[in-house]
Design a protein. Structure first.
Length: 263
């Protein structure tokens, strides 16, 4: 059986930030969110450039190793930006994405603290582990999971893409099931909404995916998010993925428009 994604995407700069360093793309064959690492230079460039380069390789994937190779290529491109302009040294981004390969498997790739969740048969289960200082404390039993969201050092991440050959992205294969709902989000959502709150929003399968993505962002903002807020809601449905161009959001949309304007 062949599947495609029906995706809703929303990215909001939020009321406390001057620019949006989140980037996202949505297509019938894949979707991803990238979040420029706070405190570093040009986070918006890092997140947008990574996604643009990754999508430019084309939608056809041949398994886990091919996806990992393309991500290394997109990450190399970040390093090329720094080599051309040393003022960009230190720029980095998270990445979380899902993508169909040529066999019909769904590939999940992740590094950093953006997240992926899977809603299957009304149960929402987190599919990624945060690469963060606080997650390490939780794993060691030093910090209770319930306290992680309010920990003062929760924004310190331990892995990202920064254009270095040593950077690591984990890629795993998942068997797609018609009716699955994948939810991808930046930490502007997950730092302010616990898993139960996210589940309450995304479990509404009667609404269109765009409406659910909009609602998830709005609820995160209502909860007081002080970051950029980005959410993608991706339903797995029967059908062959079309090769329509992706929809861009956040910094990726801004950079795309700048490229069009520049000719």
């Amino acid at each position: 059986m062949t599947f495609r994604l029906r995706v809703g995407v929303r990215s909001d700069v939020g009321p406390h930030r001057e620019d949006n360093q989140d980037a996202a793309f949505a297509a019938p064959w894949g979707a991803a969110v990238a979040d420029g690492v706070g405190g570093g230079p040009a986070g918006d460039l890092a997140s947008a450039a990574l996604l643009h380069r990754l999508v430019a390789f084309g939608p056809e994937l041949r398994g886990v190793d091919d996806f990992a190779m393309r991500l290394r290529g997109a990450n190399w491109d970040l390093g090329a930006h720094v080599r051309r302009d040393p003022a960009l040294a230190g720029m980095a981004t998270t990445f979380t994405g899902v993508w169909f390969d040529a066999s019909g498997a769904l590939l999940l790739a992740h590094t950093g603290d953006s997240r992926a969740y899977l809603l299957r048969q009304s149960h929402l289960i987190r599919q990624t582990r945060d690469d963060s200082f606080v997650q390490n404390l939780v794993d060691q039993g030093i910090v209770a999971p319930a306290d992680a969201m309010t920990h003062p050092r929760r924004n310190i991440i331990t892995a990202s893409l920064r254009g270095d050959a040593a950077d690591v992205v984990r890629v795993v294969e998942r068997a797609p099931v018609s009716g699955d709902r994948w939810v991808l989000c930046s930490d502007g959502v997950s730092d302010y909404l616990n898993d139960d709150a996210i589940a309450e929003v995304v479990s509404d399968t009667t609404a269109r995916v765009q409406e659910v993505a909009d609602r998830l962002v709005e609820v995160a903002l209502e909860a007081g998010s002080r970051d950029n807020v980005t959410a993608l809601v991706c339903d797995v449905v029967d059908g062959v993925p079309s090769l329509l161009p992706p929809v861009w959001a956040g910094a990726a949309a801004t950079r795309f428009q700048e490229q069009l304007a520049a000719g």
